[in-house]
Ligand binder design. Structure first.
Ligand code: NAD
Length: 489
């Protein structure tokens, strides 16, 4: 591009040792709602990761020796600064990711702020264990210390939300970090770096290296001085990270994909269940690991449910994400849109019925968004359990609805996938709700609601949805090393 042209691009720089540093090469980043390149992201590799790890290592002695209270005050200050710029962050997240401005304003950025406040507070309240052994004249107690340099790798769907869910507990516990956001959504992480000095985060405590997974991400995973990796992303990448980190015996937390069922019994309150299940299917274009994509409805209410569900889904407006009246924005990339569309085609080829959305209803877009990666909320019925649409994570605005007869049957079918992240159960029968919740292979079970989170409690998946949990106590345990000390008196 010419000089005049290149000025139109936002150019990001790595943040290492408290300073912004340019990179020798860059990756194009697209605005998903227009299809235009608008930003250049550093294409970092080993060299940049090496510099960031060194900065994190240098900062570790001072940061780890601060009291939890001192660290807490800094985290709270950072939360205040992000909150002060909430609108700018929300606009940037929407433009970079394609999500609606409303979602960014009400979910992504408020939650990023809350992540810092939550861990600023929770770090002050942990207690360690102590046991006595009078016959031996001994007291045992545990002490916890930060692990060292934490490598944090995050995906593109909830960019700042998920990155801060890792940075906040890591630094609250006294670690220093090298973070690598998704190369497709790096802007808000870069904006946050601009606030770190003002918040009082010492140079080198938070380093951000931008770039591709296979290059920058892998360099971080393979670095011998990074003993711990917290990763959120796909199951396929997690496998690669596990293999690459195995020779170093790294501590891993893996938050992965889902194929989440909603189970709707015939005594469910449909006036609550239908709008919530539309939301759990299509929020953030269906690009949330917790989104519902298999809806099991008890036979007696199946046809009524389907009719009302499709009518509700059709109310969701798809279009320019910066328009606050829109419910569905653009998908992350052209390739991803193609992948999601292909699932719908495969379902049709297998004889399933597409009731609304892709290929059925017209998608009307404003002139500026014609090249954006949009797709209407799509509902598919009569899909076989073994179909790829019922087995694989689609990660787009597509949901499948099928009928079931008995409790026993639906539990088996709901558990019949490789994933186990989040399930939803709808019923007015409290005994049934408990019974079913206990038997579902799922790290999270929401009954008669969806996405209501208390950050105190464990978050994470079973089976191919992950290893480890994060939350107040869980993140504290993950980001610290425990020691048992025995004192004889
Ligand atoms: P992804 O696995 O492609 O990428 C995630 C991150 O890993 C990115 O930063 C990427 O650059 C990096 N990466 C890719 N290859 C790497 C490698 N070889 N070594 C190191 N890092 C590498 O996932 P995505 O497409 O960005 O995100 C979507 C996926 O994330 C979905 O499967 C979704 O379910 C999952 N997800 C899970 C949760 C959860 O909490 N369980 C939350 C959000 C998203």
């Amino acid at each position: 591009p010419t000089m005049a042209h290149s000025k139109a691009f936002l150019v990001l720089e790595n943040f290492i040792g408290g300073k912004f540093v340019p990179c020798s090469s860059y990756i194009d980043s697209y605005n998903p709602s227009t299809g235009d390149v608008y930003c250049r992201v550093p294409d970092s590799g080993k060299e940049e990761v090496e510099a960031a790890v060194k900065a994190a290592k240098d900062a570790f002695p001072i940061w780890s020796s601060k009291s939890p209270l001192e660290r807490s005050q800094i985290l709270n200050k950072l939360a205040d600064l992000i909150e002060h710029d909430l609108e700018a962050f929300a606009q940037a997240e929407s433009k970079d990711q394609g999500k609606t401005i409303t979602f960014a304003r009400t979910v992504d950025i408020p939650r990023a702020v809350h992540n810092f406040r939550f861990f600023a507070s929770s770090i002050l309240h942990h207690v360690t264990e102590c046991t006595e052994m009078p016959t031996m004249g001994c007291v045992h107690y545990t002490s916890r210390a930060p692990v060292g340099i934490a490598g944090l790798i995050s995906p593109w769907n909830l960019p700042l939300y998920l990155l801060t869910w890792k940075i906040a507990p890591a630094i609250a516990c006294g670690n220093t970090v090298v973070a690598k956001p998704s190369e497709m959504t790096s802007v808000t992480a870069w904006m946050m770096c601009k606030l770190l000095e003002k918040a009082g985060v010492p140079p080198g405590v938070v380093n951000v290296v931008f770039g591709a997974g296979a290059k920058a991400g892998e360099a971080l995973v393979c670095h011998p001085d990074v003993p711990l990796i917290s990763f959120t992303g796909s199951t396929l990448t997690a496998r690669r990270i596990t293999e690459k980190s195995a020779p170093h015996c790294k501590r891993l937390s893996l938050e992965l994909g889902g194929k989440n069922p909603a189970i709707i019994f015939d005594d469910a309150d449909l006036s609550q269940c239908i709008p919530t299940t539309v939301r759990s299917s299509f929020a953030n274009q269906g690009e949330i690991c917790l989104c519902t994509s298999r809806i099991f409805v008890q036979r007696g209410i199946y046809s009524e449910f389907l009719k009302r569900f499709v009518a509700e889904a059709k109310k969701w407006k798809t279009g320019n994400p910066s328009d606050p009246t829109m419910d569905v924005g653009a998908l992350i990339s052209k390739e991803h849109l193609e992948k999601v569309r292909n699932y719908v085609k495969k379902a049709q080829a297998e004889g399933a019925r597409v009731l609304c959305g892709e290929g059925v209803d017209p998608l009307v877009l404003p002139p500026g968004n014609q090249k954006g990666y949009f797709m209407l909320p799509t509902v598919i019925a009569e899909v076989k359990d073994e179909s790829c649409c019922m087995q694989e994570e689609i990660f787009g605005p597509v949901t499948c609805v099928v009928a079931f007869d008995t409790e026993e049957e639906v539990i088996k079918r709901a558990n019949g996938v490789k994933y186990g992240l989040a399930a939803t159960v709808w019923s007015g029968n409290v005994g049934r709700v408990h019974r079913v919740a206990h038997r579902l292979q799922s790290g999270l079970v929401w009954t008669n609601c969806w996405l209501v989170r208390d950050l105190n409690l464990p978050f994470g998946g079973m089976k191919a949805s992950g290893i480890g949990r994060e939350g107040a106590k869980d993140s504290y345990e993950f980001f610290t090393e425990v020691k048992t000390i025995t004192i004889k008196h």
